[in-house]
Design a protein. Structure first.
Length: 305
């Protein structure tokens, strides 16, 4: 771990950068700290092994079409922030105490959704996510101590702990923003496809090049696609990069009318690209196909451009 701390210290030490840039470089260094894998890997395996059944897809947010975690974190953050504001208003001790406790309770389901998402991310995201989780866990612990102090009538200590807690949760939220926007954790990786594919039909190859039931990678301009021939005259073409983490669907298994991502097991229905399994919360862009007069297979993306 000495190398890890040395990397962070180096990132923070450049006097030519302002404080914001130093913090950004430090967070980037966390994402590249392979030393953290000795912690992330066993925790990841433990989270994946939890017998959650169908609840896992709900925690991941598949019914919503995007991760559930950013929805649930609004309650604890809102409650804790409101409690901090009320601490500055005379006579609001009881309401502030209630909001502190509400935030602590609401942090638990938010954490569950976060861990389930985290366990299906790539290495850099998991390393940064570990720091995010540690910051939020610290905040929850401090707010828990604040609630205990308030319950014992020590409102001054409770307010002080509340300020410390809201500082910790603010730091955790900033790291969460780094995860979401700089590292694209939880973002739909297939969303740009419609904006980079040129309109019109594109030839993918001759029909005889595609064997029934096999996933084949082809290019539509600069966009990779996966082609699956279901029957003699039935072809399916989806964007090749998985919407969850950009895994190559063309290297995955074709089964039960779906193609399954080899990285995290997201399953996409070939007929319409819909995500029906795994951690992906967004479907794959689906291309329309036709057979040309010369026996070529052609595809286009409706609405592209």
């Amino acid at each position: 771990m000495g190398t890890f701390f040395a990397r962070i210290t180096t990132a923070m030490a450049d006097s030519s950068d302002n404080v914001g840039v130093r913090m950004l470089k430090a967070l980037d260094a966390v994402g590249e700290a392979s030393e953290l894998d000795r912690v992330t890997e066993p925790v990841r395996d433990a989270v994946r092994a939890l017998p959650l059944g169908r609840l896992r897809s709900i925690l991941q947010g598949r019914p919503l079409g995007h991760p559930l975690h950013p929805v649930l974190v609004q309650l604890p953050i809102g409650a804790w922030t409101s409690a901090t504001v009320l601490d500055m208003v005379p006579g609001c001790e009881r309401a502030a105490k209630f909001l502190v406790g509400l935030g602590v309770v609401a942090a638990a389901p938010a954490a569950w959704t976060g861990w389930v998402d985290w366990a299906e991310q790539h290495e850099q995201q998991m390393r940064t996510g570990l720091l995010h989780a540690a910051s939020v866990a610290t905040a929850a612990g401090v707010f828990g101590a604040s609630w205990v102090a308030r319950s014992r009538g020590r409102h001054g200590l409770g307010r002080a702990l509340g300020l410390a807690g809201v500082t910790a949760v603010g730091g955790g939220a900033a790291i969460g923003g780094h995860l979401a926007y700089r590292q694209a954790s939880g973002a739909n990786k297939a969303e740009p496809v419609a904006h980079v594919v040129e309109p019109g039909w594109r030839t993918l190859g001759q029909v005889e090049e595609f064997a029934v039931g096999e996933a084949v990678r082809r290019m539509v301009g600069e966009v990779p696609v996966v082609v699956v021939r279901e029957a003699d005259e039935v072809f399916h073409v989806l964007a090749d990069r998985c919407s969850h983490a950009s895994g190559p669907l063309s290297e995955g298994e074709v089964a039960d009318g779906c193609v399954i991502c080899p990285w995290h097991g997201s399953a996409f229905r070939l007929s319409d690209g819909w995500n029906v399994g795994g951690p992906a919360t967004a479907p794959q862009p689906r291309f329309t196909t036709r057979t040309g007069a010369d026996g070529s297979l052609q595809a286009r993306l409706p609405g592209a451009g």
